[in-house]
Ligand binder design. Structure first.
Ligand code: TEU
Length: 573
């Protein structure tokens, strides 16, 4: 792979994702804002970050915390103004960092003027900007949605509109109507938005559920996979739909003009060839995508709150597939394990117990920075932030998906969920709710972790006195400094760590996830003990010089290696 992939800035870059609501509050209103981000750019630069991706900052009612946009060319006042965005872009540029904006164009907010006009009648100029369908009626004359698709947040993916006397499609919240990309006026409006932001100095986009924008136009009923539910996942009819490549190439022509970095969020797709048709270097669509297998290891296919056990073998199964097949096909991976939708990885997949937590956080730094692809670090991951503790009441889970999952359970069971169902949902929320990623950053050990002088918009985990940026900046052995070291090492060894082949090894080992990175004339071994037990590991080749190690030392002789709990190392072989 190393010989075929053209060196580019975004392949060698490290990306940091900020969730603006929870990063830093500069004006005491309890919600993070853009000035707070400006105030902490040196903290981000200190990690060795090149690209900063902000979750949405456009004007929004914040029903889905900004993933419901009501003005694509203006800024949510609670976050700041267009002028402050200009300052943010300029301040990032001074630090040789690039701003990537979250582009949410599969749907808008129901408060967008486009939707307000579209729902007003069946004949207005925007009538066809969203997906409207007449009701069906059952044998008793009861009104029913146009098909049986389920929503990601509620029950049905359709919402009845009294004003227009039709249903509209909303795959997520009712307040997030899906745009009709079949309409060339919609595509033109999105092209205009993209150009507006690129002209303003944005250097790329993260494209929200961008593989959902082309739907099968017959909107057929979905196959029944959940017999006890009225509604069924319709992803087969809207994930990577019939005109997706046409739409992405339309956007790609604009991206190419600005050398923009683009990463598509693509749930519900696991076909390598389909993804290569999007990220292939010669496709003119997107540079890379977020593929979801790595963040669905402990959940059942039916959704995030339906848990299942997982093992290090599952981790290997996922990375060994995507880390070989995408680069071999001329594509490029986005390497991540956390974001604003995912629970904290050390709590979810490793351990956040005090004796393991720092080692586990540093293991993740090796895992993310030494796979093949662009590494994405989610705010707080560099500090070893963990999930909301189980003793915190569920009322503190305020994400729309969490709240409406309880509503959806009641709707599914006509208001009478069994004790087992309720308990299973509680466990699912405590393990995997998006809220775990959205608790405010820990800046120091002062009140509210230094995040705000006001009332924080959501619960702050009370371990901030021990786990905070100020403490870690002063400690050379902290997770923060180890993440910086890992990011730096990747760049220093880029012939291998960026452009080298990924070769799976130790496939049968029950505890250790390991792989080689093979350059033109030198190779690295990366090995991670994904267990809280000390283990004896046999390396595939003699271990020579250790490059990175999340413990103070590594015991090895030839191919025999003794690994401590959650020990991770990178070594020449
Ligand atoms: O996420 C869509 C998505 O696929 C996952 O968030 C997941 O499917 C969803 O949480 C249901 O389990 C994107 C954004 O990242 C997310 O924050 C938004 O809520 C969503 O789209 C709608 O814009």
């Amino acid at each position: 792979m190393h010989s075929t992939i053209k060196p580019t800035w975004w392949r060698e870059s490290a990306v940091y994702q900020i969730y603006p609501a929870s990063f830093k509050d500069s004006n005491g209103d309890g919600l993070g804002d853009l000035q707070g981000i400006i105030d902490e750019l040196d903290y981000i630069k200190g990690l060795g970050i090149d690209i900063v991706w902000l979750s949405p900052i456009n004007k929004s009612p914040l029903v889905d915390m900004g993933y419901d946009i009501s003005d694509y060319k203006d800024i949510e006042p609670r976050y700041g103004t267009l002028e402050i965005v200009d300052t943010l872009i300029a301040e990032m540029k001074k630090r040789d960092m690039k701003f990537v904006l979250d582009l949410v164009v599969n749907h808008s907010s129901d408060q967008h003027p486009w939707f307000k006009e579209s729902k007003s009648s069946k004949t207005n100029p925007k009538a066809d900007w969203y997906i409207w369908k007449p009701a069906k009626y059952d044998q008793n004359g009861n009104r029913q949605p146009p098909n049986n698709w389920s929503s990601f947040f509620t029950a049905s993916a359709w919402k009845w509109c009294e004003e227009r006397q039709e249903y509209y499609l909303c795959l997520f919240a009712d307040e997030q109507p899906d745009l009709n990309w079949e309409n060339p006026d919609v595509r033109e409006a999105v092209h205009d938005i993209v150009t507006f932001w690129l002209e303003r100095g944005v250097r790329g986009f993260r494209l929200d559920v961008i593989n959902f924008i082309s739907k099968v136009q017959t909107f057929p009923d979905a196959e029944i996979v959940n017999p006890n539910s009225k509604y069924q996942p319709g992803t087969k009819y809207f994930a990577n739909g019939p005109r997706l490549h046409e739409y992405l190439q339309g956007l790609g022509r604009i991206f190419a003009k600005y050398d923009a970095f683009t990463v598509g969020e693509m749930p519900a797709v696991d076909d390598v060839n389909e993804i290569l048709k999007i990220v292939g270097a010669d496709r003119g669509e997107l540079n890379t995508i977020f593929q979801f297998d790595i963040v669905e290891l402990n959940q059942q296919p039916r959704g995030r709150f339906f848990l299942k056990e997982f093992t290090p073998a599952d981790v290997k199964g996922v990375i060994n597939k995507w880390q070989t097949e995408i680069p071999q096909g001329g594509g490029w991976n986005a390497v991540f394990i956390e974001n604003h939708d995912q629970a904290r990885a050390i709590s979810r997949y490793l351990s956040d117990e005090p004796q393991f937590r720092a080692y586990a956080s540093k293991l993740v730094a090796v895992f993310i920075n030494f796979q093949c692809g662009t590494p994405f670090i989610y705010q707080g991951q560099e500090l070893g932030l963990a999930n909301i503790p189980r003793d915190v009441p569920l009322k503190e889970y305020i994400d729309v998906e969490s709240i409406r999952s309880l509503d959806a359970l009641n709707e599914e069971t006509n208001g009478h969920p069994t004790a087992e169902q309720t308990e299973a949902l509680r466990r699912g929320l405590q393990a995997n709710a998006r809220d775990h990623a959205r608790t405010p950053m820990h800046w120091n050990d002062s009140e509210n972790a230094g995040f705000t002088t006001g009332k924080p918009w959501m619960v702050i985990t009370q371990d901030y006195k021990e786990w905070n940026a100020a403490k870690q900046l002063k400690d050379p052995n902290s997770p923060y400094h180890f993440w910086a070291k890992a990011i730096k090492a990747r760049k220093q060894l880029k012939d291998v760590a960026v452009y080298g082949d990924f070769v799976p090894v130790s496939i049968e080992d029950p505890n250790v996830v390991a792989f080689k990175r093979v350059g033109e004339n030198r190779s690295l071994l990366v090995a991670l003990n994904f267990s809280k037990k000390a283990v004896e590991y046999t390396a595939p080749l003699v271990v020579k010089e250790v490059v990175l190690n999340n413990y103070d030392s590594l015991k090895f002789e030839n191919t025999k290696v003794s690994l401590e709990p959650f020990q991770a190392f990178v070594a020449w072989i």
